[in-house]
Structures are given as structure tokens and as C-alpha cells.
Ligand binder design. Structure first.
Ligand SMILES: Nc1ncnc2c1ncn2[C@@H]1O[C@H](COP(=O)(O)OP(=O)(O)O)[C@@H](O)[C@H]1O
Ligand SMILES: [Mg+2]
Length: 238
């Protein structure tokens, strides 16, 4: 299988899309040929939302991606719910096989594909099929995005444990300061994590006063990710 990266998180709203957009921006700056795919996105209530606010739209703009939004996000649901539930409420029954085959087609036609998951590892995507099952089917290396506030250590260690238990190629984490808080929990997060887990830290994103959505934010955030190391680890060179 060609190169790719699966971006997962310790939860929903931890910054997976922000990280994907920053990586897309960096890849475009380096003139690297890549695709981004958000296999399933919930909460796409209208065409206008898809074109302006969706994860797909944000990353498409950040990485100057030419492909249409319908290809970037092949399965879209209206309600902001876990994908399985959102699909069921629209009378749609997607199978894990259908979902993974659709993404594999995209991966095969690209030198590098960034895949953004939904929520965390154990979010149901299809009947009897969680995000972690999709990761295993795609056989992509995984990047974990986590927050830094109180509780983040537990979520992060649980996520890393589960990935290792499944024998998944884990390339590292990016810690994201989602709020302006600079308490002891936030400041000591990475030191605490390193005491309990040998995970490679590929970046620590600062809190941005204006929620990141445009090029100047992606430019700023790229400076906080060790992009060369990330690429080396993705291709198994370190
Ligand atoms: N470093 C940051 N500074 C400020 N806001 C952030 C930061 N990272 C993420 N956000 C905001 O937090 C929300 C969740 O981020 P998002 O990337 O959409 O998470 P996910 O993809 O994991 O659901 C978004 O509104 C985003 O703009
Ligand atoms: Mg997202």
C-alpha cells in the first residue's frame, strides 16, 4: 500500500482537523503531491456548511486541494452525531468493507494520503465496525492528537495502549493547547506523559486566540510541528 497517515484523536474536538489542515498546508508548501480524505463526516446540515465550515472544506483550502468536496468526504450525514447513529437516522446502512474499500481506492491513486478519523478510536462507524477497525483495514501509520488539560493524560494513555495492543504502527502524538489555560496540568502534560509512555512527540500546538481557519494560522502552526521527523517516521526511516 502507498504512503499515508491516519490522524486520530483522544476524542472529538481535540484538533484532528486543525492538525490535518496544518499538515496539508506544509505538504503544499513543499510541493508534495497528496490527498486528504475525511471518510465520514457528521453534522453536514447543508451544502453551504459543506462548502464553508466542514472539516473537508477547511483542509481543502489549507492544502489548495483541487479535488471536489464530495470526493474528500464521501460519506456525509446531517446530524452532529457519531457516524453510525447519524447514518441510521437517515436510513443508511454502510458496511465497514464498503467504507474501507472506498478509502483504499483513494490511497492507491495518491503518493500520500492523510486520512482523518471521526472522534476517537472506539467511535462506531458502521455496524460492528469502529474507527480502530478502519485503521487496521487500511494498515496506515497513526498520528494521535490530544489535548493537554486535566484528564488528557488518561485519555492519551488509553488511546496509546489500545493502538499498541492492536499492533498498529504509531508514529507519534501532537499535543494541542485547545484553550488559553496555562495551569499546572497544561504545562506539565508532556513531562507527565513521558514519565508513563515512550511516545514520540511530534508537536505541541499553542492556543490561538482566533480559532484557526485561514492560511496565516496554518503557517504559524507549522512552526510547532516537527514535520521532517513526522515524514521520516511515516516512511519508517527513524
Ligand atoms: N490550538 C488551537 N487554538 C485555538 N482553537 C483551536 C486549536 N485547536 C483546535 N481549535 C478549535 O477547536 C475546535 C475543535 O478542533 P478540530 O480540529 O475541529 O477538532 P477535531 O477534528 O478533533 O474534532 C475547532 O473549533 C478549532 O478551531
Ligand atoms: Mg475534525
Amino acid at each position: 500500500m502507498n504512503n499515508g497517515l491516519f490522524i486520530t484523536g483522544t476524542d472529538t474536538g481535540v484538533g484532528k482537523t486543525v492538525v490535518a489542515a496544518t499538515l496539508a498546508y506544509a505538504l503544499h508548501q513543499r510541493r508534495l503531491n497528496f490527498h486528504y480524505i475525511k471518510p465520514v463526516e457528521s453534522g453536514i446540515s447543508s451544502r453551504d456548511y459543506l462548502e464553508t465550515k466542514s472539516d473537508a472544506a477547511l483542509v481543502k483550502r489549507a492544502g489548495f486541494l483541487p479535488e471536489p468536496l464530495n470526493e474528500i468526504v464521501p460519506f456525509r450525514f446531517r446530524e452532529p452525531l457519531a457516524p453510525l447513529l447519524a447514518a441510521r437516522r437517515e436510513g443508511i446502512e454502510l458496511s465497514g468493507n464498503e467504507l474501507s474499500e472506498c478509502i483504499k481506492t483513494c490511497i492507491k491513486t495518491s503518493e500520500l494520503t492523510l486520512v482523518e478519523g471521526a472522534g476517537g478510536l472506539l467511535v462506531p462507524l458502521c455496524p460492528d465496525y469502529l474507527v480502530i477497525d478502519l485503521i487496521k483495514d487500511l494498515q496506515l501509520p497513526v498520528l494521535v492528537v490530544c489535548r493537554t488539560s486535566l484528564g488528557a493524560l488518561n485519555h492519551t494513555l488509553l488511546t496509546l495502549d489500545r493502538l499498541r495492543l492492536e499492533g498498529i504502527h504509531l508514529i507519534g502524538i501532537i499535543a494541542n493547547h485547545l484553550t488559553a489555560a496555562t495551569g499546572i496540568a497544561e504545562e506539565s502534560f508532556l513531562t507527565q506523559l513521558s514519565e508513563f509512555d515512550p511516545i514520540t512527540v511530534l508537536g505541541e500546538l499553542p492556543f490561538l486566540q482566533n480559532p484557526p481557519s485561514e492560511l496565516k494560522a496554518w503557517k504559524k502552526l507549522t512552526g510547532h510541528i516537527d514535520f521532517d521527523k513526522l515524514l521520516r517516521r511515516m516512511t519508517g526511516k527513524t
